[in-house]
Design a protein around this ligand. Structure first.
Ligand SMILES: NC(=O)NCCC(=O)O
Ligand SMILES: [Zn+2]
Ligand SMILES: [Zn+2]
Length: 473
């Protein structure tokens, strides 16, 4: 057997169990997973000692927005900076959203995203498609994209006049997905109701970031989630509700799943840990009550007093939260979030976390909230299955891409703007201390992060064509 790299003596953690094993890598793929020392005569070019460490499949962040045009500016991470930061954090595949806004052609936008990402990514990447204008041409493009490896389509019930689709348009797109095997991803917030609350708040002079959260109450999320579930049921489309933050929305998803419907929920680290009161309501010497702008995202951070965070962890444990992605959409405070100093409604929406997802969720293991196997499941394996990457990605098994992370459960990571690698002038996680550490990262067999830091190259990452989702998981 030819072997280029031997990852020796670690605990291989999968979604279903853990075992001490050697992982043999040949070129870009995993050649074998064997009992430790089973092949004593092996002469690999490189040996990585993983004794006392976890060996896990590379993370898959199924929700990122590199360079996304939004709120009058562009998300501050390019594909180059964002995927490098992902690599630092043990994420070896991202699935980014191609944006079709009103008046744009889907296929033009796909070409643009290929241009932006091609040759610039540290890790492998795939695309979802945002359908911002459902019309005859974009419906046709949905069929075409399946063959191009873009098999999931995000629709918006929020942002009237920007991305919002009417219920009728949603039905049309869902019918298309039901017919072509694609997956509908839904931003489920009642945008028209929210716009009224926002206008009324601004008229009362409530302009600070805190009011971003107050004007997007949980009812607007639960209502939209319910509507999306009903429309999906009616049309037969599988439905994946993105960035769920309200416990009531998740209860609705859980109910639909219990009834046998093909409905999935995604949440993000910010909704598991952060809150309306502590973050959106924060003040600082530098920014005053505008400090909360750092955490303006939609759906919004929710009240800890209402208990959303603990409920989300519960649903994560029980399986009704299917995946944890970041919704990485970073904006700097300077010149970007600052666009909203006079009105929270003008703050570009988004938080950057692509570098920290594996660590933040591992803290959930350390805190006894989920098992290490569930950590791997929601961060690596199920995203692969959900988005048509499984087999190649999301698993340590012969034939899979050698996307592997050696994770030290006894290591330590301090998060700060001074040390992170995302292109942001603040950290949404400043001062967080993680009881774990990403030691080594391999992407398709190449070591891209080791003890000395990032050692990859800008053009290593390749576009991955996705199969249809295994949406009966
Ligand atoms: N979530 C957010 O605030 N920004 C990114 C765009 C989206 O996912 O809706
Ligand atoms: Zn969204
Ligand atoms: Zn998003």
């Amino acid at each position: 057997m030819t072997v280029t790299t031997l990852i020796k003596g670690g605990t291989v953690v999968s979604a279903t169990g853990s075992t001490t094993a050697d992982v043999l890598v040949d070129g870009e793929t995993i050649a074998a997973v064997l009992a430790p020392g089973a092949l004593p005569d092996l002469q690999p070019e490189t040996t990585i000692d993983a004794t006392g460490k976890y060996v896990i499949p590379g993370g898959i962040d199924a929700h990122t927005h590199m360079e996304m045009p939004f709120g009058g500016t562009n998300a501050s991470d390019t594909f180059e900076t964002g995927t490098r930061a992902a690599a630092w954090g043990g994420t070896t595949t991202i699935v980014d959203f191609v944006v079709q806004a009103h008046g744009q052609r889907v296929q033009d936008q796909v070409a643009l995203w290929h241009d932006k990402a091609g040759g610039n990514c540290a890790v492998d990447y795939a695309f979802h498609q945002i359908i911002g204008e459902v019309n005859a041409e974009s419906l046709k493009a949905m069929d075409e994209l399946i063959g191009e490896g873009i098999t999931s389509f995000k629709l918006f019930m929020a942002y009237p006049g920007v991305f919002l689709s009417s219920d009728g348009q949603i039905v049309q797109a869902m019918q298309a997905a039901a017919g072509n095997g694609g997956l509908i991803m839904m931003h489920a917030e009642n945008g028209s109701a929210i716009d009224v609350l926002v206008q009324q708040a601004l008229e009362r002079g409530e302009t600070a970031p805190y009011h971003h959260g107050v004007t997007r109450p949980w009812q607007t999320e639960q209502e939209a989630t319910h509507r999306a579930i009903m429309l999906a049921d009616m049309t037969g489309a599988p439905l994946y509700v993105v960035h769920v933050s309200a416990k009531q929305a998740l209860a609705r998803i859980a109910e639909a799943r219990d009834a046998g419907q093909n409905v999935f929920g995604e949440t993000c680290p910010q909704y598991l840990y952060l809150s309306l009161e502590e973050q959106l309501g924060a003040r600082s010497e530098q920014w005053g009550d505008f400090e909360g702008a750092k955490w303006v995202c939609s759906t919004p951070l929710r009240s800890r007093a209402e208990g959303h965070q603990d409920e989300l962890w519960k649903y994560l444990r029980t399986g009704d939260v299917t995946t944890v992605s970041t919704d990485h959409c970073p904006f700097c405070m300077k010149d970007q979030k600052e666009l909203g100093t006079s009105s929270f409604a003008k703050i570009p929406n988004g938080i950057g976390s692509v570098e920290h997802r594996m660590d933040l969720l591992f803290q959930g293991v350390k805190d006894g909230r989920i098992s290490k196997e569930r950590w791997v499941d929601v961060c690596c394996t199920t995203p692969a299955r959900m988005f048509g990457l499984y087999g190649k990605k999301g698993v340590i098994a012969p034939g899979a891409d050698a996307d592997v992370v050696v994770y030290d459960p006894n290591g330590h990571t301090s998060i700060s703007v001074d040390t992170h690698h995302m292109n942001m002038d603040y950290s949404a996680w400043e001062g967080w201390e993680i009881d774990g550490h990403v030691d080594t990262v391999l992407s398709r067999g190449s070591v891209i992060v080791d003890g000395s830091g990032y050692v990859g190259t800008k053009s290593h990452g390749r576009f991955v064509k996705r199969d249809l989702s295994q949406n009966l998981i």
